[in-house]
Design a binder for this molecule. Structure first.
Ligand code: AMP
Ligand code: MG
Length: 525
């Protein structure tokens, strides 16, 4: 049998304390960063999609994805030679409350590899129960796996820091899920995704040791993380821990800004879902802003408090960083440097957000007029349902030239969900807003062409709207996996004009407005 060849280079399970108990029983695990665990053997595995780019990134060759060996490794049927798969121990704050030990309940790290001087951890999601599965089954269904696989790859091409995805496999097993938590459980197709990232360490990995006052293991984990993932930190001891926290905060801030730029709502920003590398991680009930609404959240579990709504994501990132600061405090024993970093995040976010908004608008001039325009625009975007992606993309077509009243409005008309509403005051409001924009453009020395080119580099044309995911899911559930590849290809170039793909540059269709999986999602996956 042809074997795939990976350059195995394990560190996490070699350098950090392991759980001595090798039984796969659910339990509290103390003084250990992980537990050894073997993936569950699926009954009829089948790889249904591979990211060819990720294949190359990890040093595999085109064609490897068609081998029996690849299928076995990335569905959990077989373990690579000289590897010891494991599940990580972590805790976390869920919806603002400390939840104790969580851990990889359905994620199993296969190994780490090195290729082209990059380190990658390969992790199966949905490959069976682990000591951290609590009362759940350790499995994942096709619908959530398609969403994770395609969205992580599309986020990468949007330029948003993210974990990646190598492959998507069907297990051949059925998985019972009560999708809307309403007592209507049904069997769905089981699936396994192979996620890839330099590391899957989360804020919660540090929190669990701090909560248990196991400062010895906490220190080992911090030192390990700095050594492998923050090698530019040259200081030692306390100073290096402070620098580490500062860089984590910086990366988290950068990630938050990117989310706001592309209209991504994570949906479950619990501290166990925040990567210590500032990567978007754990694609669950996420969504993309369609009608521009800062209060929107796709997660039905969060429908009441809307803690994780679009407009609150940076606040929550900061809240999560405060929890991380608390976890690191015992190693630093000084409040001030940590507070300074948190304060910097708080002050810096509005500045960076403004800069990002100016780039979306194609404006250079950062003066009172442009700031007041941003505030005005955010209000105007909400007077009638206006598609964020289409609006910003079409805005680049507005020119500095004086136009007849109404002509600029025509350019952004395709972004309105209810064009018939755009009359009277709403129309006047929009016309006023656009003529203010033209005034600002006149103050800029860039010409229309240059500005458009720059704007189109930050305002994507194609984003992975929930209804698109749902279409791919519905087809795949019927055995047709072609839309997965079509969307994968589409999202490789989200900023490009793709004439053949114009149909995906469109408003969310009306059928998707209230459909489960499109407008609302639960955590069930
Ligand atoms: P999430 O909200 O998906 O980030 O998950 C929170 C916690 O629940 C993590 O510890 C997950 O590993 C665990 N979890 C979620 N779904 C399952 C499942 N089907 N089986 C076992 N553990 C799960
Ligand atoms: Mg999670």
């Amino acid at each position: 049998m042809k074997k795939i060849n990976l350059n195995i280079s394990d560190t996490f399970n070699k350098e950090l304390p392991a759980d001595p108990n090798k039984n796969n029983t659910r339990r509290q695990v103390h003084h250990a960063c992980f537990s050894y665990v073997t993936p569950r053997v699926p009954s009829a595995p089948k790889i249904i999609h591979t990211s060819k780019e990720m294949l190359e990134e990890i040093g595999l060759k085109n064609g490897d994805e068609e081998t029996e060996h690849f299928k076995n490794i990335f569905s959990g049927a077989e373990i690579l030679e000289n590897t010891q798969p494991y599940a990580m121990c972590y805790g976390g704050h869920q919806f603002g409350h400390w939840a104790g030990q969580l851990g990889d309940g359905r994620a199993i790290n296969l190994c780490e590899i090195e290729h082209n001087n990059k380190r990658w951890a390969l992790q199966l999601k949905g490959a069976g129960a682990t000591p951290y599965s609590r009362s759940a089954d350790g499995l994942a269904v096709l619908r959530s796996s398609i969403r994770e696989h395609l969205c992580s790859e599309s986020m990468y091409h949007l330029g948003v820091p993210t974990t990646r995805s190598l492959s998507l496999a069907l297990t051949g097993d059925e998985v019972l899920r009560d999708m809307m938590y309403d007592g209507n459980a049904a069997y769905e197709k089981g699936a396994v995704v192979c996620r890839v990232a330099p590391s899957f360490i989360r804020f919660g990995n540090f929190q669990i040791f701090a909560a248990r006052q196991d400062y010895d293991t906490l220190k080992k984990l911090v030192e390990y993380t700095i050594k492998h993932f923050y090698p530019n930190i040259k200081t030692k001891g306390k100073e290096s821990y402070i620098e580490f926290f500062q860089q984590v905060a910086e990366r988290t801030l950068d990630m938050s800004i990117h989310w706001q730029r592309v209209g991504f709502v994570h949906g479950v920003m619990n501290t166990d879902n925040l990567s210590i590398l500032g990567l978007t991680i754990d694609y669950g009930p996420y969504g993309w802003l369609e009608g521009y609404d800062p209060n929107w959240t796709p997660n039905t579990t969060d429908a009441q408090g809307k803690r994780y709504r679009f407009g609150n994501q940076a606040n929550i990132a900061l809240w999560n960083l405060i929890q991380l600061a608390n976890a690191l405090y015992p190693m630093i024993e000084e409040v001030e440097p940590l507070e300074k970093i948190l304060l910097h995040f708080k002050n810096e976010y509005p500045k960076r957000n403004k800069k990002m908004m100016l780039s979306k608008l194609g404006l250079h001039t950062d003066d009172v007029d442009s700031i007041s325009f941003i505030n005005q625009l955010i209000k105007t975007l909400q007077i009638t349902e206006t598609d964020m992606t289409i609006f910003f993309r079409n805005l680049a077509n507005i020119s500095k030239e004086e136009k007849k009243i109404g002509e600029n409005l025509k350019i952004i008309m395709p972004a309105f969900y209810r064009p018939s509403e755009v009359v009277n005051e709403i129309r006047l409001e929009w016309e006023k807003c656009l003529s203010q924009y033209v005034e600002l453009l006149k103050k800029e020395n860039r010409n229309d062409e240059e500005r458009k080119e720059k704007m189109n580099q930050v305002n994507p044309k194609y984003v992975f709207r929930n209804y698109m995911a749902q279409m791919a899911i519905d087809k795949a559930n019927e055995g047709d996996e072609s839309l997965i590849e079509e969307l994968y290809q589409l999202f490789k170039k989200p900023y490009d004009e793709q004439i053949e793909n114009e149909k995906w540059f469109a408003l969310r269709p009306e059928w998707a407005r209230h459909k489960v999986g499109c407008s609302m999602l639960s955590c069930s996956s």
